[in-house]
Design a protein around this ligand. Structure first.
Ligand code: TXA
Ligand code: MG
Length: 324
């Protein structure tokens, strides 16, 4: 594995590795991805191995332009095109019936494919130089915290990827919002870096979350126990009174808690949900590294990016209950 700064020369190197069937981790505006040639099934299989990801969990394809993205879909319905034009490049993933060009391993055998056009300049340059769509799930071990720095990738995937491109901290910090269409209407599969409210403005209607009308599992990777820190995570109300504990860590939204904890992280002193999202995974990584057995995490308001933050925290909390 080569750990390289994301300079133009090194981006070209990573593109050559991907073209040749290798893997490269790279920054996007949401989280780091572990990339391979999205049209090369053997290269995509490496992603599953390195992540130890089950094969039933499909990958997202990353394209450089709307037209490259559109070729991966069988057809682009008008409401989808409207979202593409407004939000790409950016933290939005669309799920639509796939074109014949997309290998079955990418979609885990589903008839639909997830595609997005990322905004991060390193990601864009890499996809352009590789000349192919890049399949890239978040660059973490399956079921673990998503990486928002190149160091997070290295600590989880180690020597796995051929290259890790270090492009600094990711700006948004939570994964993309995933939208599919049912009878022409947008439906939310995963809350993420693009606030639902913004999508609803463009769609001209409310965007419901995928529910029972979808044949399950709608987003196979959205397993209840995703995004898991190693410690047991418990959701609490901000400022809730707790027994002080030397073995517990505390994730605060805006204010440090009273009492002593092994480690404390504050997501945003001024209560900004964007800032909180950007800090979320780094903060959880830090609390996990403190060796705490338990993490108390304050709830945040569930609007804007708060919806994605709460989604990730709830899943982290559930995982531990399920495996107790
Ligand atoms: O921001 C992001 O989306 C990041 C960066 C790297 O682009 N990627 C990411 O990928 O979060 P991943 O693999 O960690 O999450 C992709 C999610 C999974 O939950 C997967 O099940 C879902 O997308 N997905 C992929 N293809 C799908 C499909 N055809 N139908 C429904 N869900 C799909
Ligand atoms: Mg992931």
């Amino acid at each position: 594995m080569k750990f390289l700064k994301a300079t133009p020369v090194n981006i070209k190197k990573a593109a050559a590795v991907i073209k040749a069937g290798g893997t490269a981790a790279f920054p996007t505006e949401t989280v780091y991805g572990l990339g391979a040639d999205g049209l090369n099934p053997v290269a995509c299989a490496r992603i599953f191995e390195i992540k130890r990801r089950p094969r039933f969990d499909p990958l997202i394809l990353h394209a450089a332009t709307i037209s490259q993205a559109a070729r991966l879909f069988r057809r682009v319905p008008t409401p989808a095109l409207r979202l593409m034009k407004r939000f790409w490049p950016g933290p939005l993933t669309l799920v639509l019936p796939k074109s014949a060009a997309v290998p079955g391993i990418v979609t885990a055998g589903l008839a639909t494919v997830a595609v997005r056009v990322p905004a991060n300049p390193v990601a864009r340059a890499l996809i352009k130089a590789a000349g192919c769509p890049i399949a890239a799930p978040s660059a973490n071990r399956f079921g673990r915290l998503s990486p928002t720095t190149a160091a997070h990738v290295k600590s989880q995937l180690g020597q796995g990827p051929d290259i890790i491109l270090d492009g600094g901290r990711t700006a948004i910090g939570v994964e993309s919002t995933i939208i599919t269409f049912i009878k022409g209407r947008p439906v939310l599969l995963r809350p993420g870096g693009l606030p639902l409210e913004e999508i609803e403005k463009i769609a001209g209607s409310t965007v419901p979350a995928a529910g029972s009308e979808l044949r399950a599992p709608a987003a196979p990777g959205c397993l209840k126990h995703h995004y898991a820190p190693l410690a047991k995570l418990q959701l609490i109300a901000p400022g809730q009174h707790l027994k002080p504990s030397k073995s517990a860590a505390y994730l605060a939204f805006t204010k440090r808690p009273q009492g002593r904890f092994l480690a404390v992280q504050v997501l945003s002193r001024r209560g900004g949900l964007r800032q909180a999202a950007a800090n979320l995974f780094s903060a959880l990584h830090a609390l996990e590294n403190s060796g705490a057995k338990k993490i108390y995490a304050e709830r945040v308001p569930a609007h804007g990016l708060g919806r994605a933050i709460m989604d990730r925290l709830r899943r982290a909390a559930l995982r531990r209950e399920n495996t107790k």
